[in-house]
Ligand binder design. Sequence first.
Ligand SMILES: Cc1cc2nc3c(=O)[nH]c(=O)nc-3n(C[C@H](O)[C@H](O)[C@H](O)COP(=O)(O)OP(=O)(O)OC[C@H]3O[C@@H](n4cnc5c(N)ncnc54)[C@H](O)[C@@H]3O)c2cc1C
Length: 358
Amino acid sequence: MNRFSAQARVLLADPEAVVGPLCEHMLEHGAEVEKSGGAHILKLRGTSVRFTREGAATLVDVDAANLEELYYARMTVASHILEFSGASVPEIAWEGDGRQLSRPPNFQIFEVAGVGQVTPRMRRITLAGEDVARFAQMEALHLNILVQHPDVGEPQWPTVGPNGLVGWADPDRRPSFRKYTVRSVDVAACRIDVDFVLHADAGPGSAFAENAAKGDRVGIVGPGGGGLAEADWYLFAGDETALPAIGRMLEHLPASARGKALIEVADEREIQPLHFKAAVDVEWLFRKGAPAGSTTLLADAVRRTGFPRDGSAVYAWAGCEFDAFRALRSYLRKEIGLKKHEHLVVSYWRRGMSEEEA
Ligand SMILES: Cc1cc2nc3c(=O)[nH]c(=O)nc-3n(C[C@H](O)[C@H](O)[C@H](O)COP(=O)(O)OP(=O)(O)OC[C@H]3O[C@@H](n4cnc5c(N)ncnc54)[C@H](O)[C@@H]3O)c2cc1C
């Protein structure tokens, strides 16, 4: 199979002070590191990066299965070289494959094809774009919406520089990135639905959803993250921000799956129909006037939920505000004793902080 490769010769003031710590840091991201004949070799998910000395320069050689993986590897290496180089900023210029990339390969411009209201606080925006098939897998659940800075006339789209890093024509007015979930995908119609919570203290994401109109162009970066482990019995727990993910995961489950879904929303008007085959009992939890992120509703409900003790394979998934995330993760790990492969608990937002601050 055709492989893709790129090389950069980088003049580092102190190569050992950069390459060694960089490789060690990448171990935390799951990379394997080898040292062979003076070379450092990093291997991560089918991509390899080799650092060798070539005269005064450090030669960085990247090899990947496709252009997108090559793009990620070049970007990861370049950003970490800059991070570990401290004050002495080395020049990085990639040669080889990928030089023709002018935009990130995971970036697309979509058009708003429809705006609807699922419930009073949940707005569904239908986006039309060329390549929606890449969002069709359960492993491709999330995306970033690029919300344009209020002071730019024309939208700004990301570029890829010769150093492999994302750049902006006007960096001070670059868009805000906000994470959302692909609620549904219609590959034939080239459309995806994204459900936005319209929340108090609206940040760029919520404001985008409030103002979006048919025909608006929106930048999308993704997909990223997702996936659902196979199990016999599932626990889902989330507030309304995780409802799109829970809804999609429920639809994905086979009829033989069993479980419980605990969903926290503002009040009864926020209940939305969920269609699925599995034997999962859905319980709605209502804040009844309490601000989002201020209650222990989810954690209390999870504590009330009995886990099967008949040898069934169990999987717990939760997405919620930061405090609830901490409480749930600690309970599932320490008190229920779930192993790493048996749960995923994610902080979807943090009360009183924007995504950048959090
Ligand atoms: C992987 C992932 C997937 C996500 N999917 C979705 C999704 O499909 N739909 C969705 O609506 N959200 C989703 N979220 C959550 C969303 O990214 C955050 O709520 C984000 O903060 C919204 O950005 P914003 O610009 O509106 O507000 P920010 O600028 O980030 O924050 C501004 C203020 O609003 C507060 N705030 C943020 N979110 C909420 C909220 N839900 N309720 C009350 N106050 C809030 C913040 O605490 C802050 O004070 C997801 C998050 C992650 C990590």
